[in-house]
Design a protein around this ligand. Sequence first.
Ligand SMILES: [Zn+2]
Length: 232
Amino acid sequence: MRIKVKNPTRFTLFILSILAVIFLISACRNHFLTMGDLRDSLSRNHGRENLEKKYMVVIDPGHGGKDSGAIGASGRFEKDFTLSLSKKVAERLEQEPEIGVYLTREDDSFISTKGSLRAAFANERNADLFISIHGNTFNDPDLSGTQSFYYHDNCQAFAEVMHRHVLSATGFIDRGVEKGNFFVLRDTHMPSVLLEIGYLTNPRDEAKMLRKDFQETVADAILMGIKEYLGL
Ligand SMILES: [Zn+2]
């Protein structure tokens, strides 16, 4: 059956105005995106409609392999601290029905800084959040504190939420949230943060940071920060 259109020009204009209204509504919606909308938006943007709807979080244990990272006051390596804490975070995320987790490394593998592989890992998996875990270092062993970094302006809010939770768990001095030009932050396409949990070069901080119960408290805090940011 054919639909008779009396005035083709008016009909076309009518269709075009409806399309314009739909476009405006969706533009406004995206502009005032709330966290509740984020999930739909992310799955739409990333073409994940057919997959199980989960937020994907990449946890990045800093350093690894021949890159030991900082050498702590006791001679222990930052790469071992970051892996141990990251695994505890991943264990917690795995218990969350609405969150999936990837680790950029699960053992003492070396990940080259060439090609920004850690960021590419998260980008390729369409991750929703990226968290790089580190321990800080300084030549003055008295220096202490927890510090967090973001790079893109739209990652600041995520970094601030994560920092608040981690800081309350460490109980260290607050060294604040700063913009940091780290390649893992610069090259990731999702909200990303680099957490410097504490100073491994400070003997008192390091002793705490290497303790299992301390790491579990910090892992709980990282989970709480993720859930707060995602609105879960
Ligand atoms: Zn590091």
